[in-house]
Design a protein around this ligand. Structure first.
Ligand code: SAM
Length: 233
């Protein structure tokens, strides 16, 4: 048998997904906490975000009325951007330094220390979710659980916008790489989209941003929570 794909192990001659382990969240939290000031300086304002990304986010999440949660909001600049468009956006993150900065930099918004793995929101109560590079550190088998949690809190037809690093080569699978903060994963966009479909989302629009020498290739997908996939509502 060849080497195990990322996130899987060999069990009785067959591949089995690694059991979920949220210990990576602790490592990710500590890793971001240790570079929070640097991160805020490099990425913490909307001026540092590509205009096409802002347009994509704004186009799909300018949802009024209705709450939008920016999960893994980091410095809070994208929450602030959505609020500047009149959106009732709040931000959550696991890094206290980010939450403190977001509260200070964008005092009109609500920022909470919370994990995307278990959101403090009623089922079907949220109109939109922004997950901008917030799932990049999740070991691949754990993405499904997080997408299910996002799906749980969204209203039928609620919108999810997710940004993630994209696999560079055709035919490449999900691959880990040494991101400057903590191990991250790059996804073939079709595979990320497939996970969204399995979680009960229907893709609406996709954005590709190939590398221009200054950043890694990345993609974003806007998807709506599929009404027909809703059970018990
Ligand atoms: C690459 S940064 C992106 C931050 C921000 N969205 C941005 O675009 O600048 C990843 C963010 O996800 C947060 N994060 C990682 N795991 C998380 C979790 N389980 N729950 C909430 N936030 C998480 C990190 O603390 C960090 O702020």
């Amino acid at each position: 048998m060849t080497a195990a794909p990322v996130g899987f192990r060999c069990e009785g001659g067959r591949w089995a997904a690694d059991p979920p382990s949220y210990s990576h969240s602790v490592n990710v939290e500590q890793a971001y906490a240790s570079v929070a000031d640097l991160y805020i300086g490099l990425f913490g304002t909307v001026q540092q975000v590509h205009p096409d990304d802002l347009a994509f986010i704004g186009r799909h999440l300018s949802i009024r009325p209705g709450k939008v949660i920016d999960v893994g909001c980091g410095p809070g600049h994208l929450t602030g951007y959505l609020r500047s468009l009149g959106v009732d956006a709040t931000g959550i993150d696991i890094v206290p330094e980010f939450v403190a900065h977001a509260r200070a930099a964008h005092p009109d918004g609500d920022y909470r220390l919370e994990s995307v793995e278990s959101l403090d929101a009623e089922s079907g109560s949220v109109a939109g979710v922004l997950a901008w590079f917030s799932t990049i550190h999740l070991p691949p088998p754990e993405l499904d659980g997080v997408l299910a949690e996002l799906r749980r809190v969204l209203t039928p037809d609620g919108t999810l916008v997710a940004g993630f690093f994209e696999a560079e080569a055709e035919g490449e699978g999900v691959e880990p790489f040494e991101h400057k903060v903590a191990t991250a994963y790059r996804w073939p966009a079709d595979e990320f989209a497939g996970r969204l479909t399995r979680a009960g989302f229907a893709e609406v629009e996709r954005l590709h941003r190939p590398s221009d020498g200054t950043h890694r290739p990345y993609a974003a997908i806007a998807a709506v929570s599929h009404r027909s996939a809703v059970t018990g509502r």
